[in-house]
Design a protein around this ligand. Structure first.
Ligand code: SF4
Length: 106
């Protein structure tokens, strides 16, 4: 599956959700996740993310391993999102800041 990682937190650009052929993105207050059971590994979403936060599980950057479980867990709790909306107001400011997991709102 593809995994949404740390840099989505506090940005939440939603360009990815529009291209997903199986509508497997789920939305929390300041983060998106992919349901690993629904993702068909098409890779369409990866280049759409302005924050470069989406990776194949097989090519996760070092330190992002925890997001495998986080995506699987929160996909079962959050509502589905299929249409693009505005990013969070401070998205540009937060894009690229390290270690945002501490700010994840569940
Ligand atoms: Fe959806 Fe394809 Fe991205 Fe999986 S890889 S989340 S199926 S767009």
């Amino acid at each position: 599956a593809f995994i949404v990682t740390d840099n989505c937190i506090k940005c939440k650009y939603t360009d990815c959700v529009e291209v997903c052929p199986v509508d497997c993105f789920y939305e929390g207050p300041n983060f998106l996740v992919i349901d690993p059971d629904e993702c068909i590994d098409c890779a369409l979403c990866e280049p759409e993310c302005p924050a470069e936060a989406i990776f194949s599980e097989d090519e996760l950057p070092a330190g992002q391993e925890a997001f495998v479980e986080i995506n699987a867990d929160l996909a079962g709790k959050w509502p589905n999102i299929t249409e693009k909306k505005d990013p969070l107001p401070d998205a540009e400011e937060w894009d690229g800041k390290p270690d945002k997991l501490q700010y994840l709102e569940r």
